[in-house]
Design a protein around this ligand. Structure first.
Ligand code: FES
Length: 459
């Protein structure tokens, strides 16, 4: 938002700070500017789920009004989980230009394949038209938030529900993420330990439901790359609506998403140059099969440890780790074939990241490229920077979106994407890119055992 014309991050600005001042949201931009920003973001693939973009559009509008072009600097206060930043800079440069005609239905099909849940591409999405559950709730709906004791505090307004819950939202910690598993003994060429990684979707889980009705999906516009697939919000909204006889809007604040949402399961593993090895992984449905199917030479041991819940639905869970480990042991990133049948190859060097992907008919190259850049960003972040700190009991202590270690725009190198032309069946390509970039990045760093490879917490 703009406050008296200056950009401010709405999600951390208390309403009392803007009392009596002029607040402009993306809806308050002049119509021609709104249209031009929506089209520039759409034309460059600079928006996927579209949750972060209304704020970013205002930030860039203010930057442009100032006559500056320091997009990466302007984005320091923002986070985008999806795009990998680079296309946002392209959108800034494309503002007000003519854009080539495009089949947005085909783009939406590609976005749906890459996101694995329905996603729509269009110039309204970056302007907040993604159809998020919390935007569509009736204004008179009751509001429910977790009460901290396993139940729900229900009030007439969000303020009232929060007051009833009586909780103070969490902060980040200065603690460093732990590695809960030890590498199995063996004569290994490489060893790897990872920690719990938060999917870190920007829109916290939300749903609403009328009595006897169907709850709004928390997956619009996109499912956070598997992070929201098992969200509790719809079932809770349905139950509370029936109990109260009124529509109920259910919101999980960030702290509750971190405490209760699924994480990428940690592993500790060793592998030899012939591709054999042992992987210990925190017990997670589906992950053992994912590892064994991708790398039959790896023996998998499931381990129970105290910690946050984990999910095999997260992007490339298990098989990406298996690919990284075997590629590291062999000392060559090589191509990776995903379970979907896509093939990707990546190089990570001084000049940036180069990615080649073959995933059937691209349907829409702008969209596919955007997802590949986003996957490259997620992979670089995962290897070098992401992870949440937990205590010995496994309780998460990193409770804000800024504490998860997501690489910022200034830290993100350029990404070149080469898409193999094909008229074959389109399949998900960005998951293969994710695994390929992770392997190339790790090998480029000399296969340091512990991820994230950075040894200090970010400020
Ligand atoms: Fe930025 Fe999804 S498009 S968070």
């Amino acid at each position: 938002m703009l406050v008296d014309g200056a950009p401010r991050v709405a999600c951390v600005t208390p309403a009392r700070r803007v009392a009596g001042r002029a607040v402009t949201t993306v809806d308050g931009l002049p119509a021609d500017e709104r249209t031009a920003w929506g089209e520039a973001f759409c034309a460059t693939g600079a928006s996927q789920c579209g949750f972060c973009t209304p704020g970013i559009v205002l930030r860039l509008a203010a930057l442009r009004a100032k006559g500056s072009a320091d997009v990466d600097g302007a984005l320091l206060a923002h986070l985008c989980r999806c795009t990998g930043w680079r296309t946002i800079g392209e959108a800034f440069a494309a503002y007000g230009l003519e854009h080539p005609p495009r089949d947005l239905d085909a783009a939406s099909r590609r976005a749906t394949i890459e996101g694995r849940v329905p996603q729509r591409v269009g110039p309204d999405v970056p302007l907040g038209g993604g159809g998020f559950a919390d935007d569509s709730a009736p204004v008179d709906a009751l509001v429910a938030v977790p009460d901290g004791g396993g139940g729900w505090a229900v009030g007439e307004t969000l303020t009232e529900a929060r007051a009833l819950a009586g909780k103070v939202q969490g902060r980040r910690t200065t603690a460093y993420p732990r590695h809960p598993l030890e590498v199995p003994p063996g004569d290994w060429a490489v060893t790897l330990r990872t920690t719990w990684v938060e999917p870190a979707y920007l829109e916290p889980d939300a749903s609403w439901c009328a009595p006897g009705g169907e709850p709004a999906t928390p997956l619009a516009n996109g499912g956070a790359f598997g992070g929201k697939v098992g969200s509790m919000a719809p079932a809770v909204a349905r139950r509370l609506a029936d109990e109260h006889g009124r529509p109920v809007r259910v919101l999980l604040p960030r702290e509750d998403v971190v405490r209760q949402g699924p994480k990428r399961p940690p592993v500790a593993a060793g592998a030899a140059v012939d591709g054999t090895g042992v992987v210990r992984v925190v017990r997670t449905a589906g992950v053992v099969d994912a590892i064994r199917t991708h790398a039959p030479g790896l023996v998998v041991e499931e381990v129970d440890v105290p910690g946050p819940s984990t999910s095999g639905a997260l992007r490339a869970a298990g098989w990406a780790e298996a690919h990284v480990l075997v590629a590291g042991a062999r000392g060559a990133a090589g191509p990776v074939r995903s379970p979907s049948g896509a093939v990707a190859e990546a190089e990570v060097g001084e000049a940036g990241v180069r990615v080649r992907v073959s995933c059937g008919d691209p349907l829409d190259e702008v969209c596919l490229r955007s997802y590949c850049i986003g996957a490259a960003h997620m992979a670089l972040s995962w290897v070098t920077s992401e992870g949440i700190a937990t205590d010995e009991d496994g309780e998460p202590h990193d409770l804000t979106i800024r504490s998860f270690g997501i690489l910022r725009a200034r830290e993100m190198p350029p990404v070149e994407v080469e898409i193999e032309p094909s008229s074959g069946e389109p399949v998900n390509g960005s998951d293969a890119v994710f695994a390929a970039v992770a392997a190339a990045a790790w090998i480029g760093e000399g296969c340091a055992q512990d991820w994230p490879t950075r040894t200090t917490r970010r400020t």
